[in-house]
Design a protein around this ligand. Sequence first.
Ligand code: GN1
Ligand code: MG
Length: 369
Amino acid sequence: MTESIQKVFDNFAVTGGRVTKVEQCYNGHISRTFFVSVDEGNEERKYVMQEVNEYVFSDMKTLMENIFAVTGFLYRKAVENGEDPSRSVLRFYKTKTGELYCRAADGKPWRIYDYIDGASTYNSCPGPEFFTEVGRSFGNFTKKLAGFDATKLGEVIPNFHNTASRYQKFLEAVEKNAAGRKDGVKDEIKFVTDRKDICEMIVKTLENKEIPLRVTHNDTKLNNILIDDETKKGICIIDLDTIMPGSVLYDFGDAIRFGASTAAEDETDLDKVTVNMEMFSAFSKGYVGELKGFITDQEIRLLPLGALVITLETGIRFLTDYLDGDRYFHVARENHNLDRARNQFKLVSEMEKRMDEMNKIIIGYMNLE
Ligand code: GN1
Ligand code: MG
């Protein structure tokens, strides 16, 4: 591994040196991520190197142009605000020939950025205060991006959070039955088709301009934020691949789907899967607190719907991929995508029971001065 990573590393316009250690990070479901230590002569430095999944990101050029544009914008903003950009913005490097990524000998695309020391990602939430801070950080990210010119962004994955179109693609996958798995998932298919209306709710409110499109992150899982090890503050938002015009409902919703669930996304004991309302409230406090007065009241009112819709959408995506034969999300075991889908559907049912309670919590934060 070290040798092949070294070859890729040597393409980039970094100080350069000998790769001494490579650790794989298994958090993401899409790309392959490695923490790479390099002996640069007088110092040891660490980088993050990623092999991007081109099945998911078919337009590498646009993807990387987006990332350089967004990180450049955030860098300038951090400097203006007197923040240290080396800890609050990912710093990507071009190749020695000025390209935004390079290709390894096997043709796969790679990119590199500085590793930020003294900070960690989390796959489960240690406590409510921590989750309030995560909510504040994601809210703040949306705020910062408000000044970013959305016309500079290419749509890397068209209709990424268009839940109605996800529903249609799901029906096509059922029809196609590419992996011959349809008969084993009749109950799950029914769970989805029973909720066709829910899939259309946010799309409609965006279409009729009840809520606006904003530049959003679109993948606000808890493990896409770096938390400072000492201060426990959110310092840097990572995984910038899906920054596109979207809705705060999805960003809020995805953070709840992952961070306020009482179990991991692929937990198979469904009795363990529900929404932790204390966590829901904690995140809402940070998110609404940061964005109140900045986003519209209607957006705030609809945030709980975001949690429900994105959880359903994510379940639909896992089930679609299961039906397609596991082509999109990395799987580590048999039926992994099906386990994930069932888990998300259980969470949807739990959220459905608590919509009133969630709405009340949100209204409470909305009215706080
Ligand atoms: C993927 O790459 P990762 O693991 O942060 C996916 C998200 C899903 C998530 C489900 C580009 O995110 O949309 O919500 O898995 N990213 C893409 O865990 O499809
Ligand atoms: Mg990620």
